[in-house]
Design a protein around this ligand. Structure first.
Ligand code: GLV
Ligand code: MN
Ligand code: MN
Length: 430
């Protein structure tokens, strides 16, 4: 790709990066150009095998840990590695870039360094973490959470998914029940490249996002139980209808988010009626509530408001409610020095930059417990993600990979021109 102003002396090979993204996207391909590689399915296994093969081709030392995270390390230099990475599992209606970009751009960074004869003073590592998406097994970011010591391996292995499968059994079935222990080795620093998955960068006409943190996430499952009965004979005044309560809860979430404003978002993403028949008042409804905010106090307030409203609705309709916590993560603030490094490198490369928080959950928010961490965002066309139509322009994907390359080189003790060892220059102390 021709670069004019401020071109970095060393750049990733855009064609090669795109080819690897398209090759991985063929696994689990679905209509509309997206991917379905739910965690620990056959498709996930095939994606893992492909990427693991690429790690071996690069001569990386590859480890698989007890929760199935795969880390490829280019063992040069000394000390803890500068790590990048993300995930290659997808939601059932996923796109080509969510997660995959961060992993494959990481491999492209190492490929570029090797071909250019650049030898960082620290190892460089690329990880793909197990079950980032969480749509089959909750919580999301499971692999990176276990890696960072935020959840025990035993607890994670015992999680049962929406299809009744157990994480430990599925890991074993696909052959990714590795031996490396968790918590894993703390990296020197961690940087994750990801598509924004929201509309802000595109709306603002900005190429690179320097991500300041990730908003807090609350996932709960609510099961409502009423009285199943005949739809034609049961007077409205005698109904105990969990379907009606589920609808009111859904509408309440929308009203609440609107009233709170700011970064408050609320979603009902899964609703299951039982017995789910046209002429039967449902016996029960199971639904998921995804509630997020960048501010922990506001997130708690939103959760409490929802709980109180569910109690009120259930009392009025004589319906019973039971709750199950699926995920709860507080907002995470990234490391100021690494955020500044991302923004500085992007500007040096001639890109427009803005700081912004992430609306989506990411593995980086877990690894941030272990080492200085930040993220690089590139635009998502019309802010669409978790959808086969997810799209990022080729130039933006490559720009993000080039920023990742030079951020990693800086963190690993090379200057941005990529050819002069200068010691660690990230401003972080470890
Ligand atoms: C992960 O993709 C999430 O934010 O739900
Ligand atoms: Mn992702
Ligand atoms: Mn995702």
């Amino acid at each position: 790709m021709p670069r004019t102003t401020n071109a970095p002396i060393v750049s990733v090979d855009g064609d090669r990066l795109m080819a690897s993204l398209m090759n991985l996207a063929r696994i689990g391909e679905i209509d509309g150009g997206g991917c379905a590689r739910l965690a620990l399915t056959e498709e996930d296994r095939a994606g893992r095998d492909l990427v693991l093969g690429w790690m071996h081709e690069l001569g990386l030392e590859v480890t698989v840990d007890v929760i199935g995270n795969v880390i490829g390390t280019w063992n040069v230099g000394v000390g803890a590695p500068v790590m990048t990475g993300s995930h290659i599992d997808t939601v059932r209606t996923g796109g080509k870039y969510d997660g995959n970009l961060g992993v494959l751009a990481g491999l492209e960074v190492i490929r570029t360094c090797q071909q250019a004869g650049l030898v960082p003073t620290r190892p460089l590592a690329v990880a793909f973490f197990t079950n980032e998406e969480g749509s089959r097994f909750a919580p999301d970011m499971m692999g990176s959470l276990v890696y960072a010591g935020g959840m025990s391996t035993e607890t994670a292995l015992d999680v049962v998914g929406i299809d009744g499968a157990r994480v430990g059994d599925e890991l074993e079935r696909i052959g990714y029940n590795g031996a490396s222990p968790c918590p894993g080795i703390a990296p020197h620093a961690f940087v994750e490249l990801h598509i924004e998955q929201g509309p802000v960068l595109e709306q603002e006409g900005i190429t690179i996002g320097a991500v300041t943190g990730v908003q807090g996430i609350s996932w709960r499952e609510l099961v409502l139980r009423g009285q199943s009965n005949h739809a034609g004979t049961t007077p409205m005044s005698l109904r105990r209808d969990p379907g009606y309560v589920a609808a009111e809860v859904t509408a309440f979430l929308r009203r609440l988010a609107r009233e709170m404003g700011g970064h408050q978002v609320c979603t009902v993403g899964r609703v299951e009626f039982h017995p789910n028949l046209v002429n039967v008042v449902p016996a029960s409804v199971a639904m998921t509530l995804d509630v997020r905010n960048t501010d922990e106090a506001l997130l708690v307030a939103a959760e409490n408001a929802i709980t109180a409203e569910v109690e009120r609705l259930c009392a009025a309709e004589h319906v019973e409610a039971s709750w199950r916590r699926l995920t709860r993560f507080e907002p995470v603030v990234f490391d100021r020095a690494v955020i500044d490094l991302v923004a500085g490198v992007a500007r040096e490369q001639g890109h427009s930059v803005m700081e912004l928080p992430s609306g989506a959950g990411h593995d980086a928010q877990m690894i941030a417990r272990m080492c200085p961490t930040a993220m690089i965002f590139v635009q998502s066309h019309r802010g669409i993600s978790h959808n086969p139509a997810e799209h990022t322009d080729r130039d933006d994907l490559i720009a993000g990979a080039d920023v990742l390359l030079h951020v990693m080189l800086r963190l690993a003790g090379l200057d941005p021109s990529g050819n002069r060892a200068s010691g660690d220059s990230d401003g972080t102390t470890r």
